[in-house]
Design a binder for this molecule. Structure first.
Ligand code: AHR
Length: 868
């Protein structure tokens, strides 16, 4: 209620009127409450409620609004709440059990005190290899235990089973209910809004129903605010005149803020790594593509993918009998009957080469039979013209790596690579690789120069990697294990990327650490918290199969080993391995993320605590970053914060992708955070508009919100937009910050907002008095300023965002400051809201104790002032 009152004060009286309307003097003391799921077969809608005074005439409480939704398994097919059964326990707690699907022998349970906030769901597996349908719940007062019974379908017949529990954490083994006795189905058929629904009826006090209405009204009210966007600005601001503003920052009351606020989050999504930032030009170099990498039915996604036989005088097979290394099982076998035949690789949508540049070629080869020779390697254009050629030494009888350098004679955007073994007989080939010599900072096995430079230009203070969902993986077998990604390329363990393609692991932990060092950013690796992605489609229902406890000690050790790999002395086992990779000096790792958007269950909590405590004990200097779910509110958020607070986790990773309106109306999100609890890393966020463009409007919403993040830089330590990179034609998620193809890098408007913040970060925040000529909430919320000081350069940095369709005439009062130079640098990003090509324009401006700066409609302005 307090929150509603606060919202009423903030947003005006309409909500207040709704709330008042509910608090009528004629309210009944109690009513019947019907709980049901609307789409019986699909079950994706969650738990609904309707109430009745007489048990006959029923009123739905928000037909579209599911109060709790099932979180089990994958989006789409799973996450089903079938046949929910709501039970009111003696201690006042509500318990809901439901069936998940027709397969898995698990039911779902969740509990709530008020039917609005629901605690973590659990999915106890009670019947291996059988299903668990129509669960019901009752309480045995004598034995002081709950009994959950259900029906299991076996062929055409149903059998009834039950388990008991005292705490909904541990359960007895499933037992058959007496032969022939199906539990009485206590559900009822009720007609709600003209449709017959099936569910449970309870008698409740009216305050329960009132609470449900309040929750529903608040959600609807917020939804209306959050869907506001510039498309409807012409009506919203039809009569709006330019706004006058006076901004008066003060030195007193300034506070220290994090100097790591702006960073980047790199994840291999949208072909961001292989085919993207990782400069390898050969696709499927390891012949390890597998049908299982992909969802769906892409039969061509196998070891032959991207490879073709060149000429008809050869046979091309894949073999696994004597691989270079067991981690890398598949290799090509070419039976060449006549010289000139060979293999052709098409690269990642072609191979882009530049005239005059050199390319490092390497291959593992082994003569299996016949007459040995060397390998001619060529780059050819689409007409077969040779654009570069080199050759290796003669191939030996054992697996051996051969290297050669190719000089490109032409600039071609979609060349192909020809491998022409000059032999007759049979030859095995693997790890066929082509890298530009010009990688970022000239690193071997390095990064694409233009893309890496675009990232470096943002001046990110940290890099989070390797995910996201890639870090915790799709099912236990898909967790990103750092040890699989270091060492010689041929012994790394490639694997399925949960975004539906292949990860070579060529861009592995060493390369990530090195990139961080190269751009002066803190590395922030994220390891799985012993559980895979909560939307996992493999390994049973969602993440509920955490790493078995008997394997957790080894997993914890793996996390500790990672820290040793990054920071350990060269005499340590893992420090030595880092040195062997070419980096004897430590990488100076300070942060480790544990978990990503996990479902906060007992399974998570137990494993997270083990990892957290072990790291804290062995490496107290490392800041562990916990996780509080995928949203800005809700069960995982609340429970994640509870876990973090109980364990004393120094920082938590928050994620939220929200509509533009959410960012406009939640600028106070962190103002009310408890400063004594964990610090925040806002690890993933982006403003989403319908159709998901990255345009001026979404970018200004982010710029606006970033002023609030700077203001809260004492509690928000780090932030990173997500996702970062997306290859054109291979994009799985929009919007992203930087789009690219093989030859071009296409930063978005949002990129320039991030860059402006990265280039203009400060280490102290100055409070500012804001006076506006228009006091309407919708106006005030669209003007935001932030004044920070960069103590290294003694600069005052002014950031001003105007998300209104009219100019803001701003007067900036700097009386509290000693200006060293009246010439200041001013950068303005402006255009129309839908503009995807708006770019910052830099000019110089004159500043004084009091100066005017027009903020154009829909604009972001940064002024950098030199202080004495
Ligand atoms: O950024 C894309 C995905 O969004 C991340 O992998 C995941 O953490 C989040 O759900």
């Amino acid at each position: 209620m307090k929150k509603i009152l606060l919202l009423c004060v903030l947003f005006g009286s309409s909500l207040w009127q709704t709330v008042l309307a509910k608090a009528s003097f004629n309210e009944p003391d109690s009513a019947y409450l019907f709980a049901y799921a609307t789409d019986k077969n699909a079950g994706h809608n969650g738990l609904h409620f309707a109430w009745s005074l007489d048990g006959k005439d029923w009123h739905a409480i928000g037909p579209e609004y599911g109060f709790v939704k099932c979180d089990y398994g994958r989006w789409g097919a799973e996450k089903r709440m079938l046949t929910p059964y709501l039970f009111h326990a003696q201690d006042g707690m509500w318990h809901c059990v439901w069936s998940l699907n027709e397969r898995d022998g698990a039911f779902a349970h969740a509990a709530s005190e008020d039917l609005v906030y629901w605690k973590s769901q659990s999915y106890p597996v009670v019947m291996e290899n059988k299903n668990c349908l129509m669960p019901e719940l009752s309480y045995d007062k004598t034995k002081k235990q709950y009994l959950i019974s259900w029906q299991s379908k076996d062929g055409e017949s149903f059998r009834s089973y039950y388990v008991t529990t005292k705490d909904f954490k541990t359960y007895t083994s499933a037992e058959k209910l007496q032969e022939g006795t199906l539990p009485a189905d206590l559900r009822q058929n009720i007609i709600v809004s003209g449709k017959t629904e099936r569910g449970t009826v309870n008698k409740v006090s009216w305050t329960v129903i009132d609470g449900l209405y309040n929750a529903k009204n608040l959600a609807e009210y917020n939804r209306a605010l959050y869907t506001e966007n510039a498309k409807t600005d012409p009506e919203r601001f039809a009569s709006l005149k330019p706004v006058d503003a006076v901004f008066t920052p003060t030195v007193s009351g300034s506070k220290k803020i994090s100097d790591l606020l702006i960073g980047i989050f790199f994840e291999d999504i949208n072909y961001a790594a292989d085919g993207g930032l990782y400069a390898e030009l050969v696709q499927n170099r390891d012949f390890e593509y597998a049908l299982s990498d992909k969802e769906g039915n892409d039969k061509s996604w196998n070891s032959y993918h991207s490879w073709k036989l060149n000429g008809d005088q050869a046979i091309f097979n894949i073999d696994t009998i004597t691989p270079i290394h067991p981690h890398n099982k598949h290799y090509a076998v070419l039976q060449i009957n006549q010289k000139g035949a060979g293999l052709l690789n098409e690269g990642f949508d072609g191979i882009a080469i530049k005239a005059g540049e050199k390319y490092n070629f390497s291959i593992f080869a082994r003569m299996l039979s016949g007459k040995a020779g060397n390998i001619i390697v060529r780059l050819i254009d689409e007409n077969g013209k040779v654009c570069g050629e080199t050759s290796t030494k003669n191939i030996s009888q054992e697996w051996k790596k051969y290297e050669a350098v190719l000089l490109a004679k032409e600039t071609v955007s979609n060349a192909k690579l020809e491998i022409l073994p000059q032999i007759t007989g049979s030859v095995a080939l693997d790890m066929i690789s082509l890298f530009p010599q010009k990688t970022f900072k000239g690193r071997k096995n390095g990064l694409r120069e233009d893309l890496a430079q675009t990232l470096a230009d943002m001046k990110p203070r940290f890099v989070r990697f390797p995910g996201g969902c890639v870090a915790h993986g799709d099912g236990l077998g898909n967790i990103y294990r750092w040890k699989n990604t270091v060492g010689p390329l041929e012994i790394r363990v490639p694997q399925r990327n949960l975004w539906g393609y292949h990860q070579t692991a060529g861009l592995g932990y060493f390369e990530y650490f090195q990139f961080c060092e190269d751009i002066g950013a803190e590395p922030v690796p994220v390891v799985a918290a012993g559980v895979p992605c909560q939307n996992s489609g493999t390994g049973g229902g969602g993440q509920q199969g955490g790493i078995p406890m008997c394997e957790m000690d080894d997993y914890v050790q793996e996390v500790l080993d990672l820290i040793e790999y990054a920071n350990g002395d060269v005499k340590t086992k893992w420090g030595k391995m880092r040195a062997e990779a070419g980096h004897p000096k430590p990488f100076n790792l300070k942060y480790v993320g544990v978990g990503n958007e996990d479902l906060i269950t007992d399974i998570f909590e137990e494993r997270f605590a083990m990892i957290f405590r072990a790291v804290k004990e062995k490496y107290p200097e490392i800041t562990v970053i916990g996780t509080v779910g995928p949203f800005s509110e809700g069960t995982d958020y609340v429970e994640g914060w509870r876990v973090a607070t109980e364990l004393g986790v120094p920082m938590v990773d928050e994620h939220y992708y929200q509509p533009v309106g959410w960012f406009i109306y939640n600028q106070d999100y962190y103002d009310r955070y408890d400063r004594s609890k964990s610090k925040v890393y806002l690890g993933e966020y982006a403003a989403h508009l319908p159709g998901r463009p990255n345009n001026l409007e979404s970018s200004l919403a982010e710029a606006l919100y970033l002023t609030a993040l700077e203001r809260n830089g004492d509690v928000v330590s780090m932030t990173s937009y997500a996702p970062l990179l997306a290859k054109e034609k291979r994009t799985q998620w929009n919007p992203d910050l930087i789009y690219f193809n093989n030859t071009e890098v296409k930063p978005t408007v949002g990129y320039f907002v991030q860059k402006l913040y990265g280039e203009n970060s400060g280490d102290s925040y100055l409070p500012c008095d804001v006076k506006l000529s228009n006091q309407q909430d919708k106006v005030k919320k669209r003007i935001a300023v932030s004044f920070v000081r960069d103590s290294k350069n003694n600069d005052l940095i002014i950031k001003m965002v105007n998300l209104l369709p009219v100019d803001v005439n701003s007067k900036i009062n700097l009386k509290d400051f000693s200006i060293a130079d009246p010439k200041a640098v001013k950068t303005v990003l402006t255009g129309t809201p839908e503009d995807k090509n708006a770019r910052p324009e830099v000019s110089s401006c004159t500043v004084s104790e009091e100066f005017i700066s027009e903020l154009p409609a829909y604009s972001f302005t940064v002024i950098r002032v030199k202080l004495k």
